[in-house]
Design a protein around this ligand. Structure first.
Ligand SMILES: [Zn+2]
Length: 352
């Protein structure tokens, strides 16, 4: 007699396996420095430093924001600036990066690219160069403590003069071999065209850095097109509104540009009404490479793993597709080859 083979009971529901997204190995490519702070750390440091926090950052946290109009963006920016003001000593900066790396590790992230505009901290830490050196040193310590590889993206502020951006690009290139991996452009898209920052990005690209500007978040396809054509973007921060222009999206796919899609952020800032309205499925089906990111967990209330959860629950991504997204994040990163190979193999283990 043949051994009976295991067959499901006649009426047992066949449910696809749902693996734990916090153990899915991935890379985190869209996270801002102050915005990555733990909420508990913000509250603690504010108390120690005598910084008054508005209700939106204490009892009403996370704040309800709507940045699709300029007033809303101003409010977001103001909260961000208040949060940044609690970071007053080098130890605060080190603590932030160490805790962020711990949180990354606990959510399966094996490689983090953290974005920082050193101009926002320079007056406290002795200028732009010492600030960059402090961040890089803190990143090395956090890396050693947690095993999460960390690259730094130096970001220029698009509401400031393009010459400031050139200064930052030159500085970023000087630290290429010491942990700086990319050059970004952040802040309100409506107040600074990508077009005006061509010179800074040329310096960064020629110096060997990835081009990773924000675009297609608050403005439509034209903003993404400028990132692509003028700034020769390798990655685009958000870029979700590329979905509005088929031809543009095809070019993104052809060029292998990775879109750093941040679902909770899009909802938090009113770019999308709900997570289901963020066009993750449509971008994915069109063949675009995506790297899910948390943007500013401190202001939007969720970290990296939650973005994968949202894509599963709101867009029906299967475990196979989530693994594919994780691979896209790793492939879109500036992680060294050995880190990349190790993480990609671990994604397969997660699925196996
Ligand atoms: Zn961002």
């Amino acid at each position: 007699m043949e051994a009976p083979t295991a067959v499901p009971a006649p009426h047992a529901p066949i449910r696809p396996a749902r693996r734990d997204v916090t153990t899915l190995p991935k890379a985190h490519l869209h996270l801002h420095f102050t915005g990555s702070m733990r909420h508990s750390t913000l509250v603690e440091l504010a108390k120690e430093r005598g910084v008054h926090l508005p209700d939106a950052l204490v009892e009403d946290w996370p704040p309800k924001l709507r940045a699709t109009d300029e007033r809303g963006w101003f409010r977001f920016q103001r909260l961000y600036d208040i949060a940044r003001s609690v970071l007053q000593t080098p130890e605060d900066m080190r603590r932030l990066l160490r805790e962020t790396a711990e949180d990354e590790a606990s959510e399966g992230s094996g490689w983090l690219e953290i974005q920082v505009d050193p101009s926002g901290y320079a007056s406290r830490f002795g200028g732009l160069t010492p600030t960059v050196e402090l961040v890089l040193d803190a990143a090395r310590d956090a890396e050693a403590a947690t095993g999460v590889g960390i690259g730094v993206v130096i970001a220029a502020n698009r509401t400031r003069h393009p010459l400031d951006a050139k200064t930052l690009a030159r500085l970023a290139v000087r630290y290429l071999d010491q942990g700086v991996v990319g050059f970004g452009l952040s802040n309100d898209e409506r107040r600074g065209r990508a077009y005006d920052f061509e010179g800074a990005f040329r310096i960064a690209k020629q110096g060997g850095l990835l081009s990773a500007p924000h675009g297609g978040e608050l403005l439509g396809p034209a903003s993404v097109r400028e990132c692509l054509d003028t700034l020769e973007a390798d990655r685009i921060g958000h870029g979700v509104r590329a979905i509005e222009d088929r031809r543009l999206l095809e070019r993104i796919v052809e060029r292998g540009v990775t879109l750093e899609v941040c679902p909770a952020s899009n909802v938090g800032l009113g770019v999308a009404s709900t997570a289901a309205d963020v066009p993750v499925r449509a971008l994915y089906e069109a063949g675009a490479s995506l790297a899910l990111g948390a943007d500013d967990p401190l202001l939007f209330g969720s970290r990296l793993a939650r973005q994968y959860e949202l894509v599963r629950t709101e867009h029906g991504f299967t475990d196979q597709e989530l693994a594919d997204l994780a691979k896209q994040s790793i492939n879109g990163s500036a992680a060294p080859e050995d880190v990349r190979t190790r993480l990609l193999a671990k994604v397969d283990d997660w699925l196996a």
